[in-house]
Design a protein around this ligand. Sequence first.
Ligand SMILES: NC(=O)c1ccc[n+]([C@@H]2O[C@H](COP(=O)([O-])OP(=O)(O)OC[C@H]3O[C@@H](n4cnc5c(N)ncnc54)[C@H](O)[C@@H]3O)[C@@H](O)[C@H]2O)c1
Ligand SMILES: O=P(O)(O)OC[C@H](O)CO
Length: 292
Amino acid sequence: MENGHAKNRVAVIGSGNWGCVASRLIASNTTKLPSFYDEVRMWVFEEVLLTGNKLSESINQVNENCKYLPGIKLGANVIADPDLENAVKDANMLVFVTPHQFVEGICKKLVGKLRLGAQAISLIKGMEVKTEGPCMISKLITDILGINCCVLMGANIASEIAVEKFSEATIGYKKDKEVAIRWAKLFTMPYFLVSIVEDIEGVELCGTLKNVVAIAAGLVDGLDMGNNTKAAIMRIGLREMCAFSKLLFPSVRDNTFFESCGVADLITTCLGGRNRRVAEAFARNGGKRFLV
Ligand SMILES: NC(=O)c1ccc[n+]([C@@H]2O[C@H](COP(=O)([O-])OP(=O)(O)OC[C@H]3O[C@@H](n4cnc5c(N)ncnc54)[C@H](O)[C@@H]3O)[C@@H](O)[C@H]2O)c1
Ligand SMILES: O=P(O)(O)OC[C@H](O)CO
């Protein structure tokens, strides 16, 4: 117990490129912060590797995810767990970091299985588009599981943070500032600075919509249209991100677009993100599909 509060226990749902880097950041902090248990359970979508070994067993043997983040030690207190219910059952802080299309199914499996008072944060950049209209991932998590969900977005190419190159991130929250501060403590490192903003929709929409602009930037690269055109795509794209976000949620704040989640994430993704790379390859391949 610290200050009359029970200690926090963290589980990470997802173990891809960003999931592993996020687990590494968190695990480094839980060993230093007395209000957290050291252990970080990381749920792994089980896969059989070419060697015939299971991915989760391999992670626990070598403390590395040889498929999604090779060459980076995660921290001895990161425990890979292929059993979703077991991974989350004791945790009161849940970090969602899977590709967006799997979240709904994962949440449905977790109904009635979470600790009372559990809190969530989503690192997922994307949205569900339903017949009724778009649904933000944090809302999906809240609606299905009945828990509060913050978001963390930013100029965060995972492979760079894995080797501790400096970057910033933005946490978006709704009303509960104390919880947002607790999340910020869990993620902040000297090379990873986190700010908090009371504009959850604005932060999450920035993380989602910049991917569309990055695809356009990749097409510009693939067609060798030059840097001026790419800069124009980024400028017009940012303006459209802002207008579209406000159309969906009039409460979205202009200032949010000047945080890491806004203009900085737009720039890094248009320069070095996977969305940009795929679009460039598509254009260079004459607009035909290709195998990756
Ligand atoms: N990689 C980055 O640099 C980065 C940075 C910021 C945000 N993000 C966001 O983080 C989220 C997760 O991306 P990532 O880079 O960690 O993943 P990734 O693209 O590296 O890997 C995909 C993950 O999905 C899992 N998976 C495959 N099939 C599945 C299924 N049926 N059910 C559940 N999981 C399944 C795989 O096991 C793997 O862990 C995405 O929303 C992405 O936009 C990524
Ligand atoms: O590689 P991308 O295009 O998924 O972008 C990665 C991150 O979102 C950059 O912040």
